[in-house]
Design a binder for this molecule. Structure first.
Ligand code: SME
Length: 160
């Protein structure tokens, strides 16, 4: 099965499992689990949430993988850059990325997709890391943005 077919299947699964579930953490945990199970080269898959009390900071959310850093300031590393710019970031080799935060030195490439609610407020970022260099491309970007858009565009607040 190629990457696009896998994304097609996992997107259907995510829609089926999260349909009717309003809780944000429940949806994020489900997405992290299903993506991580679907792709064996997803080494770390999870969410950093915008901290309600410190709106310029991300705090760890649901994830699958090794221990993640607890907090990331907007503008720092790949996640902080995605949060500050509101744009998806694809990095082929994080060791070449200025200010990269090395939570686990085994991570080499990554993609970070911003998560917006219905009002286009940033509520979180989805971070996927791989031990393989250049594991992510525009196909990952297209499918992950679509999955995230479908699941979170119906959120009305930062909580649900
Ligand atoms: N790679 C991220 C940090 C988070 S972890 O890798 C789980 C970054 O540079 O933003």
């Amino acid at each position: 099965m190629d990457k696009e077919q896998t994304y097609g299947e996992v997107a259907e699964q995510i829609t089926a499992v999260t349909e009717g579930e309003d809780n944000l953490i429940a949806r994020m945990a489900t997405i992290s689990c299903l993506l991580s199970e679907a792709f064996e080269n997803f080494f770390w898959t999870g969410f950093y949430l915008v901290d309600e009390n410190k709106p310029d900071e991300l705090v760890i959310g649901p994830y699958q993988g090794s221990l993640g850093c607890l907090r990331i300031a907007f503008g720092r590393g790949v996640c902080g850059t995605a949060a500050a710019t509101g744009e998806t970031q694809i990095v082929d080799n994080v060791h070449d990325f200025p200010g990269h935060i090395a939570c686990d030195s085994r991570s080499v490439s990554e993609i970070v997709v911003p998560v917006f609610n219905q009002d286009r407020d940033l509520i979180a970022v989805l971070d996927v890391d791989s031990e393989k260099a250049a594991n992510f491309d525009e196909i990952d970007q297209q499918y992950l943005e679509q999955i995230i858009g479908d699941v979170f565009a119906r959120c009305t607040t930062r909580q649900n």
